[in-house]
Structure formats: structure tokens, C-alpha cells
Design a protein around this ligand. Structure first.
Ligand SMILES: Cc1ncc(COP(=O)(O)O)c(C=O)c1O
Length: 398
């Protein structure tokens, strides 16, 4: 009799490092200084944080009392409601559920809408963690393409072909990571129609929503939140990780909107999932108002860094011919188009080995072919400028 393996098949991941990660580890171990153009952890990119406000908020005496609230403490949810009010959306605190970050929010939503093997449609290129989040919950991610033509758009003919009997939700990142495009009003209308027609949930990850580049007015782009979307059952995901540049605090949320009866049902069910874990600690929940308020000083600093690195990149790009930058409207990343004369991974390893510059190869984000590199726009300006200089010199000399 054949015996069942001790581990569930969903954990049969390839755990070996890929060639790029191996090269990066080798480099770090050798002690050679790397100009890291993948750096996107805001807490290590040289930004000034208000230490006393942040640490003080974590010492609230109210946290000595345990008040288990499945959606999260009302005082914390009220701060999130105020955030939405300031960006022009009215959100009902009873339709907000706090989570320990966006990843947990995905977990709750996948449990809410998917039976094992059901499918969630996701735009490619996109954030690499989605594969793991889905597979851990026995959900199949089915990609549909974003196409690039002076900006990124959803390929609706492909998206429609992907909708089938197993489809439960469409997942979008607004603005997308790493392509930096916002969903347009016309796209939102079509998405709503598709979701309503096929009884699908619309999941919109808005962690980068506030990081819109100054002066960009892409035709038709919606820059606001989907938290007021009413035509389809909609779950907006966000959190402190990007909104307040505080990923270590592990606070995220789900804001539900859409047809009244569906939203009521959805929230009641998510509440049971959340109540089963009650995963946020009391000190962090009491700190949410202060931590969320940090966005007012931190976002301008991050946006100014992103904009100045982008200006610097563009100035350097203007002095060479082989590398170009794709259009972006927001977020923390830029996508570079390079001649596809070798695999992106080989090029990224070469950049590490010969120039001590770290970049992400496009395939990390599921670009459709070779010839794409992704750079973060958050590194300190000196590091970014020198890293970009070496990158462009190398690609132009190949
Ligand atoms: C699109 C997207 N969603 C979510 C996250 C992470 O969010 P959290 O730290 O709240 O889990 C990231 C992090 O880079 C991201 O790019």
C-alpha cells in the first residue's frame, strides 16, 4: 500500500535559491558593497521617522485591557475611516476589518470566496507574493495580461476569456506593482460589469494609492479609491506598510463596498474568520491613529524621493540609447526596457558580478518576455544615481 506523504502537496515548493538569489547571497557574504536598486523597505532607505511619536503610541496604558473586537478596535477603525474621508471616500467603520497586514487580508478573502481549486484572476505583471498567498489557500491564480502602449492597460478580450466556472474574483493592484499604472474609469466600468455578470468579487489592492507622481495626468486614470465602488462586491485592501511607510507594524485592512445585501453578508462572514484569530495585538491597535497620522509627514518625503530619483534616471537615460523607461503614474518602482540579448536573470547576475548593482529581473514579476528590469525608486539619491549610472554603462557596453 502506498503511503501518503507526510507533507501536504501545497507545500511542495521549490525551496532552492534561484541563480539570482544565490549570486546576491554570494555577494553579500563577500562583504562587497552593493548599490541596491531593489531596496524598497522604507525603514532602511534613510527616511526620518518621528521616533518619539511612534514609540510613544505603542505605550498606551489602554493596552493593558483586553477588549477582543473581531473587526478591530473601533478607535483604530475610526482612524482608517478618517483616512478615507480625507481622500474623498465615505467608509462605514462597520464595513472595515483590520488585519495584520495585506497578506492576512488576502488570506481572509480567499477563504471567503474560494473553494479549493477555485480561481482568482490576476493581472500580469504583478506582485510575486500572490502566487504563494494563493497556493497556501488552495486557490489557483489565473493570469490575464496588462498590455503596454504608452502606458499599461487591461487586455479585456484576454480577461474575458479567463472567466470560467471556477472563477471567483478579479484581483487588481491600484496603482500596480511594479508597473505603476492606475486603473482607468473605463476599465473600472468594464470590471464592474464583468463582476456583476459573473458573480465575481473585485479585490483592489491599494497599498500604493497615495504614491501618485506629481504632475501626471494619464488620460482616464482613476486616482481615487475603490472603497466607494458600488456596482460590484468590492474589497479594498490597504495598510500601514506603504500608506505610513511602516511595514514592521503589521497593520492592514479590508474595506468592503458594493450591493448592500452582498456587503452585509460578506462582512458577517469575514467577521467570523477574523474572530477566530483576533490577530492584532492591543498595543498596535491603540497605536493605529498615531501611526496612520505619520503618513502626513512620511508620504511627502517618499514621493519627493521617488520623483527626484525618477528625474535623475530620466536625465541619465537621455544620454544613451539602448535603455528606455516605461511610463508610470505612481508607486515606488520603474520598469526599464533593455535589449533582450540575454535572459533578464543573466543580466541581473552580470550587473551584480561586474558592477555590484542589484536590480530585479522582469520575470520576478511575470513580464511576458525578456528585456525588462525593475528598479526601486526609494534608495537614497546618491546610491540610486551611481547604481543607475553603472547599470546604463554596462548595458550600453554589452
Ligand atoms: C501590491 C502589494 N500588496 C501588498 C504588499 C504588502 O503589504 P503588507 O506588508 O501589508 O502585507 C506589497 C508589498 O510590497 C505589495 O507590493
Amino acid at each position: 500500500m502506498s503511503r501518503r506523504a507526510i507533507f501536504a502537496a501545497r507545500t511542495n515548493w521549490t525551496l532552492e535559491e534561484n541563480a539570482y538569489t544565490r549570486a546576491l547571497r554570494r555577494h553579500r557574504q563577500s562583504g562587497r558593497k552593493i548599490l541596491d536598486l531593489t531596496a524598497s523597505n522604507p525603514t532602511t532607505c534613510g527616511f526620518h521617522y518621528d521616533e518619539s511619536a511612534i514609540l510613544g503610541a505603542l505605550q498606551n496604558a489602554a493596552a493593558l485591557h483586553y477588549d477582543p473586537q473581531s473587526k478591530g478596535l473601533l478607535s483604530a477603525r475610526a482612524a482608517v475611516v478618517e483616512y478615507y474621508r480625507e481622500i474623498g471616500a465615505q467608509v462605514d467603520p462597520e464595513r472595515l476589518i483590520l488585519t495584520t497586514g495585506t497578506s492576512e487580508a488576502y488570506s481572509f478573502l480567499f477563504r471567503l470566496v474560494c473553494e479549493p481549486r477555485d480561481e482568482v484572476l490576476v493581472a500580469h505583471p504583478s506582485y510575486p507574493l500572490f502566487d504563494f498567498l494563493a497556493s497556501i489557500h488552495d486557490v489557483k491564480l489565473r493570469p490575464f495580461p496588462l498590455v503596454y502602449d504608452h502606458g499599461w492597460q487591461i487586455d479585456f478580450s484576454e480577461l474575458e476569456k479567463c472567466v470560467g466556472a471556477w472563477t471567483r474574483a478579479i484581483l487588481l493592484v491600484h496603482p500596480n506593482n511594479p508597473t505603476g499604472n492606475f486603473v482607468s474609469a473605463a476599465e473600472a466600468e468594464k470590471l464592474n460589469a464583468l463582476c456583476a455578470q459573473h458573480s465575481l468579487a473585485l479585490v483592489v489592492d491599494e497599498v500604493f494609492l497615495d504614491y501618485r507622481l506629481p504632475g501626471r495626468e494619464t488620460r482616464g486614470a482613476i486616482h481615487g479609491t475603490f472603497a466607494r465602488n458600488s456596482a460590484a462586491l468590492t474589497f479594498v485592501l490597504s495598510g500601514l506598510s506603504k500608506i505610513s511607510a511602516l511595514p514592521q507594524m503589521k497593520v492592514g485592512w479590508i474595506a468592503a463596498s458594493g450591493p448592500e445585501n452582498l456587503v452585509r453578508d460578506a462582512v458577517a462572514r469575514i467577521e467570523v474568520i477574523a474572530d477566530t484569530y483576533l490577530s492584532l495585538s492591543a498595543p498596535i491597535q491603540h497605536a493605529v491613529p498615531t501611526l496612520l497620522a505619520q503618513r502626513k509627514t512620511l508620504q511627502p518625503r517618499l514621493i519627493s524621493r521617488v520623483a527626484s530619483n525618477l528625474r535623475n534616471l530620466d536625465a541619465q537615460l537621455a544620454n544613451q540609447s539602448l535603455v528606455s523607461r516605461l511610463e508610470l503614474d505612481g508607486g515606488w518602482y520603474a520598469v526599464l526596457r533593455v535589449p533582450a540579448v540575454q535572459s533578464d536573470e543573466d543580466l541581473a547576475i552580470e550587473l551584480l558580478d561586474r558592477c555590484s548593482v542589484a536590480v530585479h529581473p522582469g520575470h520576478f514579476y511575470e513580464f511576458s518576455g525578456e528585456g525588462f528590469l525593475v528598479v526601486s525608486l526609494l534608495p537614497p539619491s546618491g546610491q540610486f544615481e551611481e547604481g543607475a549610472r553603472r547599470l546604463l554603462a554596462h548595458v550600453n557596453a554589452r
